[in-house]
Design a protein around this ligand. Sequence first.
Ligand SMILES: [Zn+2]
Length: 354
Amino acid sequence: MKPYYKDLVELPGAPSFEHHVRAYMRRALNEHAQTIVEDKLGSIFGGLNPDAEGPRVMVAGHMDEVGAMVVGITEEGLVKLRPLGGVKGDVFLSQHMSIHTDDLEEIPGVTASKPPHLTRGKKQDKPMSFEDLRLDIGAEDKEHAEKLGVKIGQQVVPRNLYTTTKDGKKHISKAWDDRFGCAMALEILETLKSESLPIQLYAGATVQEEAGLRGAKTATARIEPDVFIAVDCSPCQDSFGGDEISGKLNEGFLMRFYDPNTIMHRGMKHHLEELAEQHGIDYQYYQSKGGTDAARAQLSGDGVVVATIGMPARYIHSTTSMIHENDYHAVRDMLLAFLRSFDSDALARIKANV
Ligand SMILES: [Zn+2]
């Protein structure tokens, strides 16, 4: 995988704190795109062929990752948190987490948990709520914590321990959801910038997806695409049993045909199925209980044809997650096959299939 995949997952970027990621994206987009378009919330996209006659296509990752915000400091110097994005307290116990200050400083710590020595013989605690978590940064008391730089409203994200598994095929990191999509947007532009395409292509990433698909609303209002493709990681259940539509690593990209907010456009589904068969690209049908930026994008203007090309990922919305290289190839190949063959006729065919 290109170096920007690893570079991007290392950056902190809870919802509305995407500035480091955006700065990285801007530098990379400047290298590969002919034009850069931003909305007023902070979403950023690079354009190729902005003056072409053909349809306008957006390919979007999202820059934010699930994390937390500082909402208080106890007299003992422990930091109180509230979640940013959909996270459960249980999976954040005993984790390396860092506060990131506005002065680009990192304040490392660990989320407090009780070892069995302290709970033995006591009634089982109820599941930990995120609001009950305390981040221990080693401060002696509240004043000391403030002196170390802690302030209400700062972002908190996991520290990263990027690892490639022994077989060299899987990559474990925080924030695959969805720096993967950000990096893929860059790779698409880098690959296609020297090719002639009969479409206007805008590839980049939105902000605040994890906080309610907010950047997708403003970015699509700004760009007014005909087609919007979300590139996002979705949770696989294969390590917990699962079934044939709940996602597996190494089975190809996720054809997300249904979630509560988006039913994949029928014409688009046919089109992607045909292309995947034609190019021998692995895919799996996938149903989700969540939503992606595609949900918001489809309601932009008088309606946008949308799809999510999903990247299978285990353990997302925790402090770390796992993806498979073969699925990365499938996502990339599907996007490239789509973008290289798309034109006004293909759009008309898709739209006729409503
Ligand atoms: Zn996501």
